[in-house]
Ligand binder design. Sequence first.
Ligand code: GLY
Ligand code: MN
Ligand code: MN
Length: 436
Amino acid sequence: MHTTAYQDHIATLCMRMDRALERSGHDHALIAAGVQKMRFLDDMPYAFAVNPQFKAWAPLTQHPDCWIAYTPGRTPVLVYVQPDDYWHLPPAPPAGYWTHSLDVRVARTPEEAVRHFPTAGRLAILGEADAALPGFVPNNPQPLLDYLHYHRAYKTPYEIAMLKVAQRQAVVGHRAAEACFRDGGSELDIHRAYLVASGQTDLDLPYGNIVGLNEHGATLHYQHQQPKPPERSRSLLIDAGAAHAGYAADITRTWHAGDARFAALVAGVDREQQALAAQVRPGMDYRELHLQAHLRLAGVLREVGVVDMAADTMVATGVSAAFFPHGLGHMLGLQVHDIGGFMESDAGGTLPKPEGHPFLRLTRTLEPGMVVTIEPGLYFIDLLLEKLRAGPHANAVDWAVVEHLRGFGGVRIEDDVHCTHGEPENLTRDAFAAAH
Ligand code: GLY
Ligand code: MN
Ligand code: MN
């Protein structure tokens, strides 16, 4: 089904790798999938996490010990390790759209892989130290990595297609999570409903689900799922994704049970979120968009009666940061926080974050092919509220309103948006619309 798009994707990766090898002065590239890691003093493995450089070439995320071996001008070799194992189910024989664009060689042991490696020339070997095989130690040349990381931002049509599948999968989960919230389910119930509907186990998720009822929505990466529901469920903040062929969706929704002021806060964030997403266009410096998000969210704080201060003063004095203490978003792809967000060029260099905004994960100017998240939020975080209350701007805050809204935790709305030559393509809103 994806054969042609995947062929084109591989052709693009080959072109990029040719340039990257020139930059670093190597003749061949070897890319390790990585090895299964064991817990300390134990015979239990950690969950396997594949080298993202490997899964860029083949949609294989549960295949330790495999390698890509690339020589310019030749079909990329995939060394597919299929061990004789009766404890675990070995990987199935290679099949599917991706086998047509690769020279697939099956090996029975990790060590056998070296038979398929180049025998002469300078090798760039990408992987963690523990992926080393005798005579083949990862060297991760920086100029080569810089080139690949920079260009990873520009998704191929195949990658966009995979990201769309992940969106659709996650959206089905979000719908089920909302229904479970409305039925009075606990955080654990909601988490389970999400997994069942999206057809995933915890291990399949691209990141641990964030499922916060009421006050728990104020913890940005709330990592627990309480098995018992609270007495009253006022709000749900759920940040949950899905992965398809190694590509991630990263979606947040905030639902509520009818409180007028919190509903106004959610509606305000949603409106501004859509206005920000509409600006995912070529030439937009993401730092500008982040600073604009502060101004827009400050406007919402004012509108809802939380802070009585001009929006620009709120931003200048750091008051908006007490309620919006994270970045507007990041690049998305093979990794949830896709690499290369600060790169100045494909030869390296760093584009600095705006002063006073240490948590921003993307400082590049948007260009067609990039996929970014747009995830503004407003939260009632005790730690930050205490500082605000002790500071010089405490009088501008309506603390009774804050006290009321504290019980709802916070709001975050996160969509994944594709920058094109024209109108931005909001992958998340499109998937929600298609799910109706
Ligand atoms: N789910 C993590 C994030 O939104 O960045
Ligand atoms: Mn995100
Ligand atoms: Mn998220």
